[in-house]
Design a protein around this ligand. Structure first.
Ligand code: CDM
Ligand code: ATP
Length: 292
């Protein structure tokens, strides 16, 4: 049997929701949103070895079964959709906090779809991968498209945008917030009027989930209250992470270093292009060059 080589590390970046408005609820319970996504350069890393059997395996440090991991679900979905005979041994190096609203699980699923599409030579378009990804989670398509975007619907209607790329200080209160429980909360505002991108661009950005989450989780209220002393701050997604923008890395780090001992956090750079897509673009350039 030929020895298979490992491909990686492949980046799986986090996102922030710079604003998040809930504009309605659908018959199936899902909520219509207007949200602005931006990637940050804080990433998990994934490694892939293509195998000759059709087995999908995952080596991770996570304490729940591989079968429940979105990476395995994504790999199986692509394998079945394209009738691929090969399999993959996948390794995950987890760095992103989970249940923090920075989209780690969705990002891991998107990285698996994009990289395996490349390694298994499935040749699916970005749009086809985004449709597959939507079956795994509302946030997956944005990680497939890989550019800062204004998103509507449940996150599947995306418009790429160019926005400032500041440094962010992200605080992670040590609580895991369930997205499902936030969207199920009876007091969640669900009827924010829809606005155009041009209208939203010039407003003070907010997150409709923030008030409820801060009420239910005092740790989130504490982190937000502390950060607000230094800069305008908001929650991302359904929490628990909160963030503020700074012009320089130095300013962001100096605030991070003053944080209360019970709150963890990190400083990162915003990027309008996903770090994974930068890698994939380089890979394609190398393949093209090798072909000349
Ligand atoms: C809050 C955001 O992170 C903003 O980017 C996303 O909308 C959530 O995306 P996600 O984590 O991929 O969410 P999913 O795994 O699809 O959904 C988790 C649960 O949240 C609820 N949910 C999610 C997204 C949405 N637009 N409306 C909802 O009501 C549903 O009850 C769903 O069962
Ligand atoms: N590869 C994965 N990485 C992280 N979580 C995963 C993964 N696969 C499945 N999950 C499940 O998804 C849950 C939410 O994890 P995730 O890190 O995506 O939260 P999040 O950042 O709040 O996501 P979102 O902003 O999309 O709601 C985890 O608690 C875990 O049970």
């Amino acid at each position: 049997m030929t020895k298979q080589t490992m491909s990686g590390p492949w980046h799986s970046p986090a996102k922030l929701n710079l604003f998040l408005y809930i504009t309605g609820q659908r018959a199936n319970g899902y909520h219509d949103l207007q949200t602005l996504f931006q990637f940050i350069d804080c990433c998990d890393q994934l490694y892939f070895t293509v195998t000759n059997d059709n087995n999908i395996s995952l080596d991770s440090q996570l304490d729940f079964p591989a079968e429940d991991n979105l990476i395995v679900k994504a790999a199986r979905l692509l394998q079945q959709h394209c009738a691929i005979q090969q399999g993959a041994a996948i390794k995950l190096d987890k760095h992103l906090p989970m249940g923090g609203g920075i989209g780690g699980g969705s990002s891991n699923a998107a990285t698996a779809l994009l990289v395996l599409n490349h390694l298994w030579q499935c040749n699916l378009s970005e749009q086809e991968l985004a449709s597959l990804g939507l079956q795994l989670g509302a946030d997956v398509p944005i990680f497939i498209h890989g550019h800062s975007a204004f998103a509507e619907g449940v996150g599947e209607q995306v418009q790429a945008v160019e926005i400032d790329e500041p440094w962010y200080l992200v605080l992670h209160p040590e609580v895991h917030v369930s997205t499902q429980s936030v969207f199920g909360h009876p007091e969640l505002p669900r009827n924010t009027p829809k606005r155009t991108w041009q209208q939203l661009l010039v407003e003070n950005w907010q997150n409709d989930c923030q008030e409820i989450v801060a009420k239910v989780y005092p740790e989130v209220a504490q982190a937000l209250g502390w950060l607000l002393e230094y800069a305008p701050s908001r929650m991302t997604g359904t929490g628990s992470c909160v963030f503020a923008a700074f012009d320089t890395e130095r300013e962001a780090l100096s605030v991070l270093n003053k944080r209360p001992k019970n709150i963890s956090g990190f400083v990162c750079k915003a990027c309008n292009q996903s770090p994974l897509h930068r890698q994939l673009a380089n890979e394609k350039t190398l393949i093209n060059t090798a072909g000349f």
